[in-house]
Design a protein around this ligand. Structure first.
Ligand code: KIV
Ligand code: ZN
Length: 517
């Protein structure tokens, strides 16, 4: 296979990204992200780990039925039952891929797998042969590759390519590699795997030392032609290589990185927001490319320079990643058509019913807030669309509070469409609301974290609340946004409870059960 200058973008937001603590997504949310990833132009979407849970299986299957141009990969351990299950999930995809993996480092083979190198080799060959009997699009990963013996890596890669693997992946599973060392390893593998020309070499880096993007780019310079990435760099522990950083490094420094990809960079910012909204994982303000401060200039000397010529302090244009400079675009007099056009420009395609809901909320918000910004619209789309088919929904909320009154709240909810209501007191208005919601829903979650932030500047800004809830060892994040922060808190709490409900119905297999083949 020719290793030309086209870089294959393999997105694992829905698999490794979902392994971030508390980031689990329901089927509708995964489908929404998958659809946007396809529009972004990624070549492969790793949609999940079908053998891990019924929910993962169903989500991979549903994504396979919807995507038309992007390849859909199912992750499977190197054993027959995982591979059979993985194939069952992706077989109806327009372009299915089976991604099978086994650990190859001494440490993992000895302690985790309790197998010797020959057994691992045989297991890998058997798994790839079985996968190749289903599809010619098979990827093999050598888990903990960066800490594996380089000669063993070459041996197993040669064998799995002979067995039918078309992509071989070298992961830095624990984020231990250093760029120079990692690129040397890539060069070594390219040079010492005799049939490497029959496969694409891929890399998959974790960010434990903050080096995932550097390691990935160094590997590309050394010959890797597939990069495994996630939106906002979410993933296990410190996360995975972030898609936006790799793409924008290549875009901004084409002289140094003379490579191409099929990514539409103007969709980067919208999808970053969407993933953050859905997973509840906030993007740190100083995060490269998509952080709130990535294009903000605070120092006077910088502001002066940027006004004279943006290139003085901006190496990228905000528009390139889909961040509109003039975000103050819609207001009270904007019509349905203008709202829809704007929403489409932000990367969302709503059905007529969805648009109806969002438009209604938009009009309500426009009565309270003079200017509506992109962040507000995203929040409306999130509230009005992404939550439509959940178990618990807020119908009505009335709160009385102040410095001389005892806080009381009255809450009406629907539970699976059936109305319930209650009024009560609390230590504060939010405490009163949360107690009532917990009672009405019969849930016993513990509130681990509660944060409030403003989505935009100004006292009329939408408040965004994030909660972290725990029930019987299951942790879920919930998010809510509204001009009223008590309503935003109620929405966030209910969103967290819905996520807990989903996790109860779709229990993921515990990590320790996934260790052994
Ligand atoms: O980090 C890792 O090694 C993985 C593999 C399954 C590719 O996620
Ligand atoms: Zn990983």
């Amino acid at each position: 296979m020719t290793q030309d200058n086209q870089i294959i973008i393999f997105d694992t937001t829905l698999r490794d990204g979902e392994q971030s603590p508390g980031a689990s997504m329901n089927m509708a949310e995964k489908l929404r992200i998958a659809t946007q990833l396809e529009k972004l132009g990624v070549n492969v979407i790793e949609a999940g780990f079908p053998a891990a849970s019924e929910g993962d299986f169903e989500a991979v299957k549903a994504i396979s039925q919807v995507l038309t141009t992007t390849q859909v990969a199912a992750l499977c351990r190197a054993n027959a039952s995982d591979i059979n299950r993985g194939w069952e999930a992706v077989k109806n995809a327009a372009h299915p891929r089976i991604h099978t993996f086994i650990a190859t480092s001494e440490l993992h083979m000895k302690y985790k797998l309790q197998m010797d190198a020959n057994q691992v080799l045989e297991q890998a060959i058997g798994a790839v042969k079985l996968a190749a009997s289903y599809t010619d699009n098979v990827e093999f990963s050598a888990e903990d590759g960066s800490r594996s013996n380089p000669d063993f890596l070459c041996k197993i890669f040669e064998a799995v390519i002979d067995a039918g693997a078309k992509t071989i992946n070298l992961p830095d599973t624990v984020g231990y590699a250093i760029p120079e060392e990692f690129s040397e390893l890539v060069r070594y593998v390219m040079k010492n795997t005799p049939n490497i020309d029959k496969a694409i070499l891929s890399v998959h880096c974790h960010n434990d030392l903050g080096l995932a993007t550097s390691n990935t780019l160094s590997a590309v310079k050394a010959g890797a032609r597939q990069v495994e990435v996630t939106i906002n760099g979410i993933g296990e522990r410190a996360g995975n290589t972030s898609l936006e950083e790799v793409i924008m490094a290549m875009h901004t420094r084409p002289g140094f990185f003379p490579y191409t990809s099929s990514i539409d960079t103007t969709r980067i910012y919208p999808i970053s927001r969407l993933v953050s909204m859905i997973t509840g994982i906030l993007v740190q303000p100083n995060k490269a490319i998509v952080g709130a401060n990535a294009f903000a200039h605070e120092a006077g000397i910088h502001q002066d320079g940027v006004l004279k010529n943006p290139m003085t302090y901006e190496i990228m244009k905000p528009e390139t990643i889909g961040l509109s400079k003039n975000s103050m675009v819609l207001g009270k007099h904007s019509g349905r058509h203008a709202l829809n056009a704007h929403i489409q420009g932000m990367g969302y395609n709503l059905s007529k019913e969805e648009l109806d809901k969002v438009f209604k909320q938009f009009k309500n918000l426009a009565d309270k807030k003079k200017t509506i910004q992109d962040e507000d619209i995203e929040a409306l789309v999130n509230e009005g669309v992404l939550r439509s088919s959940e178990v618990f929904a807020l119908e009505y909320l009335h709160v009385v509070s102040g410095n001389k009154v005892f806080p009381t709240a009255s809450v009406h909810l629907t539970i699976n469409g059936k109305s319930v209501k209650k009024a009560s007191e609390g230590n504060g208005p939010i405490d009163a609301v949360f107690n009532i919601i917990a009672e009405l829903t019969g849930t016993k979650s513990e509130l681990l974290r509660f944060t409030v932030s403003a989505l935009t500047a100004g006292t009329d800004a939408l408040g965004e609340v994030t909660v972290r809830l725990k029930e019987n060892d299951v942790v879920a994040l919930g998010k809510g946004a509204d001009a009223d922060i008590i309503t935003a808190s109620a929405l966030a709490y209910i969103n967290g409870l819905n996520r807990l409900e989903y996790l109860k119905e779709h229990p993921a297999v515990k990590p320790e059960k996934l260790q052994h083949i």
